[in-house]
Every structure is written in structure tokens, then in C-alpha cells.
Ligand binder design. Structure first.
Ligand code: ZN
Length: 515
């Protein structure tokens, strides 16, 4: 059988998708501007602009013609198309998935979800500021009802739970039970590791990160670091925003943002490495396939694996600091005169239980995620009432961290996700950490000693490896399959634990390997 790439239905489908992607990226330009430079007075008209474009995009993605082209192509696809006509097979598979999700959701529900999300986020800001959960509760209840309705509408497989349907939006093909299978042993190992670290009594000189770091110097350093790891500034930019993010405005235009704190080194430095990691993924996608699934990223979890790779596996490694620390001392003369390379490396790997997820270290971060994963599954299943969330949050937080949040602002009100309707999103962060550990181990095996390369400032081999093994495939493989293809093994929590133990053991004086 020949390829279907010249089939009129396929040509029409691709043209339609590319046009929709042009609309989508036009909206992304407006979104980027809104979060960086838009003056407050422009907000109202901007909301109208983005709503109009979002409506046009939605219309194209639910166009009955799209359904007809898909049906025609599905009939024509030979059974071995997944091997012999890969691009067509993947583009049809993913477009079908999106088309079904979009057309199964009633328009009234889409609009109501969008309206409630906008309102709920505003109320959430006020509730968090006042640390008053009762303000937010009616909006959380509304949101949960709507998300359950959405999941019911989109459910096509009777074996999938409502939560599975929500998770599938962010991590296609993944089920809550798959996540649970790796989270359980991960939690056990992390808790044990955290206990050993706490018992060791060793602590880094954390104050070295909280000295005076002039913003102008930090800005220069952020650009240099993004360049070291290969972010292409001919095809991207780094700007500032209160909440750092990465967004793609087209096949050759990737925007990163970071935020500078003159009294805290980590914020801009690791924030930039994180977002630049996302950016390298976007810049590594095949530009010719732009606008089609073959030119898109696999899932939120795989996206997060790329940011964590550069932030933690590279940026918090011993080899990286061998190269970076002398340059840091030059960039901030006198600030770090009394600090050694080892001390600085220990400081950026400080592990300590704390209340806020986004400030958490590499060990405790995943425990924050598992707590949210537990709660949101029970909420969607109807086993946990939204009104009982604060009490349950605090009880389980104490179980996992040995601390009780002093108020809801530092507990169940800290994250924007639930107010924005992003339920089923949290587990992708911890999946990203596990995927990153597995990819890092495979890259280290393929490329030899990565730490030696980092010590010489050579980050190109790793970036090329990620391009070759992950980025260039677009959505060809689902996350679970990609891990199997790249690493030769299924999703596994152990590489992450090995990575943490190997790094933290010499710092905290622990055993490197247990049993
Ligand atoms: Zn991220």
C-alpha cells in the first residue's frame, strides 16, 4: 500500500489543522503579551480579542468536515499504517481523539466552564490573600460539578473512571491506576530518604542563596545560561513575568519568561533553566510538521521531563557547578568570596519539608503532588466533599511531612489549578520527574559520563540526544511507549530514587544505595 499523504482528504485535513494552528498561535501572542507587558487598561478589550479567537479555533476543531475527512482516512488506513505510514497514522489518531473530545462536550458546558474558571480564579486570589477557604468553597463546588459533567460527556470507555478522563486530557493514554502503581513505591522511598536526611543533622549554608544578587547581573547570567544549554535566541526570547512560563508562538518563535528576586538566587536562575528546558523541546520539534500532531509535544508529563532535566539533573548536578561556580563568582564579585564550590552545590540541593509546593526541593516536591493526586481523585469520585478539603489536606500533610499548615493559604489554597478547572493536571509534574530520571540514565549510558561533559561546559551532546530521541518524533509515541522505546523499560520510580540518593548521599552523609 502506498502512503496516504497525497490523499485529498489528508491534504484537506492538514491544511485545516495548519490554519487552526495559525489561529491558535495568534491567540498565544495575545496571551504572551497579556502576561508580560499589557497595561491594566488593556485587559478588558484583550479578553474580547482572545475569546473571539478561541471561539474561531473551537469552531474549526469541531467542524463536521473534519469528522468526514477523518472517517474517510480511517477507512483507507491499512492495518500496518502505524509502521509504514507513520505521519498519517499519528495525525489521524490524535486529531480523532481531539475531535471526539471537543464534539462530545456540549457548547453550553464549554462556555459555562470558561465563565466559572474566570470567576473562580478571581475569587481564589482573594480567598488565598485572606486565607479564607469559605470564600472559595462555593466556586470549588461549582467547578467540581462542571468537571464531572465534562468527564461524563467525554467518557467513551466504560472502564475509564471520570478522573481517568480528566487525566487523559493532559497525559494521553495514562490511567490513574498506572500513576498509582508508580506513586506508591515512590512515596515509600521518598519518605524513607527524607527521614534519613532529617536525621543526619547536616544542613547547607542556605544563606549564600539569599545574599544581594543585583538584578542586572542576574539578567545577563540568565541569558548566558540559556545559551550554554543551547536555547536558540534567533528563534526565541527571554522576558519577565510574575509567573514564569514558556509558550510557542510559531515554529521559529519560542518565548520564555522568568522573574528576578535581588535577594534570592534560585528564583531566576533555576526558573530560567526550567523554562529553557521546555523551550528546547519546542525548538526541537520538526518545523515542517508545525500545526499537526507530528509537530507537537507528547504530553504535559513529557514536557515537564524536559524542563526538570535541565533544571535538576543538569543544573543541580556536581559537574554543572564545577563549570558554573567560577563564572558565578565573576558575575557577582565579592558576593561569594567566602563560599566554596562544594558549599554552593550543597546549598542548591537543600532538602527540607515546607508548606509550599512551588518552593519545594527535589525530594519533597513529589510528596506535595501525591497529596493533591489523592485528594482530587476522591473529590471527582464524590468520596470527598469540597467542604472537607481543608481538614483532609492538613491531616494528610501532617502524615507526609510531619508539619501542620498554619493556615489554608499555606495549605489547600496555595495552587491556582483547581480554580482554573485544571483537575487531573498535578500528577504530570511528578511523572515528569520520573521520566526525566529515566531519560537521564539512558542518555548517560549512551553518551558516557555526562557529568564530565558538564564540568567542561559541554551540554551539546545531551541536547542533541534529547532532540534525536524525543523532540523530533512529535506525538508519534504516547508517553508510556516513548519511555519504553528510548529507555528500553517501562515507567519506573527507581531511576529517580537512585538519582536522588546518589546525589544527596555524599552531601548528607547517607548510604548511597539501600538493599
Ligand atoms: Zn514546567
Amino acid at each position: 500500500m502506498g502512503s496516504l499523504t497525497q490523499h485529498p482528504a489528508y491534504v484537506a485535513l492538514i491544511g485545516h489543522l495548519k490554519e487552526a494552528a495559525t489561529l491558535g498561535t495568534t491567540n498565544a501572542v495575545l496571551g504572551w503579551d497579556e502576561q508580560t507587558y499589557l497595561p491594566p487598561g488593556g485587559a478588558e478589550h484583550r479578553a474580547e480579542q482572545t475569546a473571539l479567537l478561541a471561539g474561531m479555533y473551537h469552531q474549526r476543531m469541531t467542524d463536521p468536515q473534519l469528522g468526514e475527512w477523518l472517517a474517510t482516512l480511517e477507512e483507507q488506513l491499512p492495518p500496518d499504517a502505524s509502521e509504514h505510514d507513520v505521519a498519517v497514522w499519528v495525525n489521524v489518531r490524535e486529531t480523532r481523539r481531539r475531535y471526539d473530545r471537543a464534539t462530545r462536550t456540549p457548547r453550553a458546558l464549554v462556555e459555562e466552564l470558561s465563565r466559572v474558571a474566570t470567576m473562580a480564579q478571581q475569587v481564589w486570589v482573594a480567598a488565598r490573600r485572606a486565607s479564607d477557604f469559605s470564600l472559595f468553597l462555593p466556586w470549588l463546588e461549582k467547578m467540581v460539578t462542571l468537571k464531572r459533567e465534562q468527564a461524563q460527556a467525554q467518557q467513551t470507555d466504560e472502564h475509564a473512571t471520570l478522573y481517568d478522563v480528566l487525566l487523559d486530557e493532559y497525559e494521553p493514554g495514562m490511567r490513574a491506576a498506572d500513576v498509582q502503581r508508580v506513586f506508591e513505591p515512590l512515596r515509600e522511598e521518598l519518605t524513607r530518604l527524607l527521614g534519613e536526611i532529617t536525621a543526619s543533622g547536616r544542613r547547607p549554608r542556605r544563606e549564600v542563596l539569599q545574599r544581594e544578587y543585583p538584578v542586572a547581573r542576574q539578567r545577563e547570567l540568565a541569558i548566558r545560561v540559556a545559551e550554554w544549554i543551547g536555547f536558540d535566541f534567533e528563534r526565541g526570547r527571554l522576558d519577565e513575568s510574575p509567573h514564569p512560563f514558556c509558550t510557542s508562538l510559531g515554529p521559529h518563535d519560542c518565548r520564555l519568561t522568568t522573574r528576578y528576586d535581588p535577594h534570592y538566587f534560585n528564583s531566576a536562575f533555576f526558573g530560567t533553566l526550567h523554562e529553557a528546558g521546555h523551550g528546547l523541546y519546542e525548538q526541537g520539534l520538526p518545523p515542517d510538521a508545525f500545526g499537526t500532531p507530528m509537530g507537537e509535544t507528547v504530553s504535559l508529563g513529557i514536557h515537564e521531563s524536559q524542563s526538570r532535566m535541565w533544571e535538576n539533573f543538569v543544573g543541580r548536578s556536581r559537574g554543572f557547578w564545577r563549570y558554573c561556580f567560577p563564572r558565578l563568582q565573576e558575575a557577582f564579585p565579592e558576593v561569594l568570596d567566602d563560599v566554596s564550590e562544594d558549599e554552593f552545590h550543597f546549598a542548591v540541593n537543600d532538602v527540607q519539608p515546607s508548606f509550599i509546593r512551588v518552593e519545594a526541593d527535589e525530594v519533597t516536591y513529589n510528596l506535595h503532588i501525591m497529596l493533591r493526586f489523592e485528594l482530587e481523585q476522591e473529590i471527582i469520585a464524590g468520596e470527598l466533599k469540597p467542604a472537607d478539603v481543608p481538614e483532609e489536606w492538613n491531616r494528610r500533610f501532617e502524615r507526609d511531612f510531619g508539619l501542620r499548615p498554619p493556615d489554608d493559604a499555606q495549605g489547600c489554597l496555595q495552587d491556582v489549578h483547581w480554580s482554573a478547572g485544571l483537575i487531573g493536571y498535578f500528577p504530570t509534574y511528578a511523572l515528569g520527574n520520573m521520566y526525566a530520571a529515566q531519560f537521564y540514565r539512558a542518555a548517560d549510558r549512551d553518551l558516557g559520563e555526562l557529568q564530565g561533559l558538564f564540568g567542561r561546559g559541554d551540554f551539546t551532546p545531551l541536547r542533541r540526544w534529547l532532540n534525536e530521541k524525543i523532540h523530533r518524533h512529535g506525538m508519534r509515541f504516547r508517553a508510556a511507549e516513548l519511555v519504553r522505546v528510548v529507555c528500553g523499560e517501562p515507567l519506573d520510580h527507581r531511576p529517580l530514587i537512585d538519582h536522588l540518593r546518589r546525589k544527596l548521599a555524599p552531601l548528607y552523609g547517607l548510604q548511597a544505595v539501600t538493599d
